[in-house]
Design a protein around this ligand. Structure first.
Ligand code: GDP
Length: 347
């Protein structure tokens, strides 16, 4: 997962480091550090400047001098170009690249950095900048389901064709069943040939009831029936499949609005393909014009070598990535964990 991005970022950091070594002149920087009582650093011989009115605990000041390098603004732009290209090539959104650049600039430009510590400093800054991209909250779905008194909890899955909605719904049903919850699936994709059959096959493998109408029928009516049946049968969670659609397809978008109006889902989950990168980011924004997207599931992360969507989507859309789809099996649905993304990026 995300191997290209990892390799490219590493390559860029190595090049930046080399350029700093070769091209940025060294200088001596003096740092005056306060010496605090009982710190292991305390070394009386080294204290050459005693504070006139020492604060509590501070017994003196010590003057160090280091070999440092200072990167100015224009040098930074030149150096960052390497990293910018690595990020762009791997589908990281422009807004995200701008944010990373701004964060790195704040941490690095005109700051004396100890010789030999440039790459460590850049890496630390990059790590904290990328980590903060994921600060868009999350939704603990199991908790929410268990909290809802007026059952069922309704989740509607939306996205473009082939993104993996039906497969993801089956994985979701499996996950909820493992949590001892009663699940029902609604075959709301009455448009694509074979989609109802596909959901029924999953239903019979997972022993989960599927509510369906005929092909071409009104998906809002199927959703309505599904929720009615769930109420009658003490079902905890209803999962609604919907037809894949593009934002530009006005009829299908109106149909989606109707499903939402009738089903009043507790959650609308956008399912997108990780591999489509920036397109996926755009799709969430476009669906957001019609439906309140609550969160995102990125599928096919197992075959995504780039990872730009996983890095960018939360920040750009303001919606949390909730799960990653990592294969075609029922168990291949992983709760999104920023640390595991950071690990796959090697930072
Ligand atoms: P839908 O049109 O959005 O309902 O998409 P489907 O659920 O029919 O999935 C389209 C294809 O993507 C199928 O071949 C799935 O097996 C495959 N797929 C779905 N999720 C994943 C995933 O996480 N990893 C991989 N490798 N394939 C997936």
């Amino acid at each position: 997962m995300f191997k290209f991005l990892k390799d490219k970022v590493k390559g860029a950091l190595d090049k930046i480091n080399q350029k700093v070594e070769d091209e940025v002149p060294e200088e001596e920087t003096e740092v005056i550090e306060e010496v605090i009582e009982d710190t292991p650093k305390l070394n009386k011989e080294e204290i050459n400047e005693v504070a006139e009115a020492p604060k509590k605990g501070i017994v003196g000041k010590i003057k160090h001098s280091f070999s440092t390098k200072k990167i100015n603004d224009s040098k930074f732009d030149e150096l960052f170009f390497e990293l910018e290209m690595a990020l762009l090539e791997n589908n990281v959104a422009l807004e995200v690249i701008d944010k990373i650049k701004k964060d790195l600039k704040e941490d690095i430009v005109d700051k004396p950095i100890k010789r030999g510590e440039i790459s460590k400093k850049i890496l630390e800054s990059l790590r904290s900048s990328i980590e903060s991209l994921f600060d868009v909250g999350t939704i603990d779905i199991l908790q929410e389901v268990k909290k809802k008194l007026d059952k069922p909890y309704v989740i509607c899955f939306i996205g473009v064709n082939g993104a993996g909605k039906t497969t993801t719904i089956a994985k979701f049903a499996n996950m909820l069943k493992n949590e001892k919850l009663n699940v029902l699936m609604v075959a709301g994709d009455t448009w694509r040939a074979a989609s109802i059959q596909q959901l029924e096959e999953h239903g019979s493998k997972l022993k989960v009831k599927v509510i369906k109408h005929n092909y071409g029928s009104d998906p809002a009516a199927v959703a309505f029936d599904g929720i009615k049946s769930a109420r009658a049968n003490n079902i905890d969670v209803v999962l609604i499949d919907t037809a894949g659609r593009q934002h530009s397809n006005k009829d299908l978008m109106r149909e989606l609005e109707k499903i939402i109006r009738i089903a009043k889902p507790d959650l609308n989950i956008f399912v997108g393909e990780s591999t489509t990168g920036n397109d996926c980011v755009l799709q969430v924004q476009q669906f957001g014009d019609v439906v309140e997207v609550s969160g995102i599931i990125l599928t096919k992360a197992d075959v995504d070598e780039k990872g730009g969507a996983a890095v960018s989507m939360g920040y750009v859309t303001g919606k949390p990535i909730l799960f990653l789809g990592k294969g075609q099996g029922y168990e291949d649905l992983e709760v999104f964990d920023k640390q595991s993304v950071m690990d796959s990026l090697g930072i």
